[in-house]
Structures are given as structure tokens and as C-alpha cells.
Write a protein that binds this ligand. Structure first.
Ligand code: BEZ
Length: 211
């Protein structure tokens, strides 16, 4: 069955560039971004891995662990890492799952045979500390992802997990939010004592809640 938002992220054991992991233990009390690359030694993936290494401190700040996957063995991943450091200026600093048997790729439905035969497409799963899937994205092999967008989405997910707000189009950290429709005006008065601006009864704008 296909995975859906709100499902528990399937558990697995796997070899990675940083040793074996049990996924649910790896998650622990953290947020996790799990993302697949089609194959080692491919050009778009090389740029993606370098960029993720560069912005890992941004994920660390948010309490998010990052975990890549590629359907090649660990020794291939290690050799590829040298190219990433050489060409992108950043050495990979987070684990990359070795999945030559496609066990994790199949578990997470990362292989879309009508798009790309036996390789994974570019899947992204954001998983919460409750181990539930909060966000899924799927890109084709030929389109490198915008990992700054994943950071932006994590900011939104972490905010909405804490407060009764949603985030509007193109929202960025620090900008105004929207009171979720399930909160009545009476309840909103208690939650947002500073008030809000109602453009419509269902469109209530509040400053971003501070934690
Ligand atoms: C790439 O990473 O550049 C790539 C991988 C598989 C197919 C096409 C492009």
C-alpha cells in the first residue's frame, strides 16, 4: 500500500556510510528528512549531496537529522564522497543508506518504473518525532531539488505542530500566519490575546507565534 501523510514511517535496518542503523532508533525524538538519490556518481545527485552537506548546520539548528539513500553499496558511496568534496567543496557529513537490494527503496515506494526503471526517483520524506510522515515530495531524476524549500517546509511543520496556525503561500520564518479554521473566534481570543486581522471570517491573520 502506498504511504500517505500521517502514516507511521516504516521501520527498517540498513547499512549506511556511518554504520548500520535501525530507522526508528535513528529517529529517536528528532525530526528526520529521508531523501533518495537515483544513483552514485551521477551529476545532479553530486550537486545535491554537496549542497546538503553545506546546509546541514541549518537542519541541526532545527533538531532535524538528515539521511540520504542511493541504491549502491557503501564502498561506492565512500568513493563518490571524495568526488563530492572535490567538485562541490563540501564533504558529505551525514549518513547515506546503501540499498543495493532496493529494500528501503521498495518499502518507501521510491522506485517509479514508468519514470525510471530500477533506480529511485528523488523522493523526500519529512518525519516527525512521533515517527509519522509529515510531508512527501517526488521529483524526477533530471530535476535537482531545492533543499532550501525543505528547510522552509520544516519551519512550517514545526510551527504548526506547536501552535494552532497554518502558513500561507510562500511563507517564510518570521512572517504572518493564519489561524486554522478548526479554532473558533472564542478560542482564538484565548490563544492569540494580541488579536488578529480577519480579511474574511475564515481568513484570520496573526503574527507568527513565538515559542
Ligand atoms: C543525475 O543525478 O544527474 C541523474 C541520475 C539519474 C538519471 C538522470 C540524472
Amino acid at each position: 500500500m502506498a504511504l500517505r501523510l500521517g502514516d507511521i514511517a516504516p521501520d527498517f535496518t540498513a547499512e549506511t556510510t556511518e554504520g548500520p542503523i535501525k530507522f526508528h532508533e535513528f529517529i529517536g525524538d528528532n525530526w528526520v528528512v529521508l531523501f533518495s538519490h537515483p544513483k552514485d556518481f551521477t551529476p545532479v545527485c553530486t550537486t545535491e549531496r554537496g549542497y546538503m552537506a553545506r546546509i546541514k548546520p541549518e537542519f541541526d539548528k532545527r533538531g532535524v537529522k538528515i539521511l540520504g539513500l542511493s541504491v549502491d553499496p557503501v564502498d561506492s558511496h565512500q568513493k563518490w564522497s571524495q568526488d563530492i568534496k572535490e567538485t562541490q567543496g563540501y564533504a558529505p557529513n551525514y549518513p547515506l543508506i546503501a540499498d543495493p537490494e532496493r529494500k528501503v527503496a521498495n518499502l518507501y515506494d521510491m522506485i517509479h518504473p514508468n519514470a525510471l526503471d530500477t533506480l529511485t526517483v528523488r523522493s523526500v520524506f519529512v518525519i516527525g518525532p512521533d515517527k509519522k510522515i509529515k510531508l512527501m515530495l517526488t521529483y524526477p531524476a533530471s530535476t535537482g531539488r531545492n533543499f532550501d524549500e525543505i528547510l522552509r517546509a520544516v519551519d512550517s511543520l514545526q510551527l504548526t505542530a506547536k501552535h494552532s496556525v497554518a502558513t500561507p503561500v510562500n511563507w517564510k520564518h518570521g512572517e504572518d500566519c493564519i489561524i486554522v479554521p478548526s479554532v473558533s473566534d472564542d478560542d482564538a481570543k484565548k490563544k492569540f490575546p494580541g488579536g488578529w486581522k480577519a480579511l474574511k471570517p475564515y481568513l484570520r491573520i496573526v503574527p507568527q507565534p513565538r515559542s
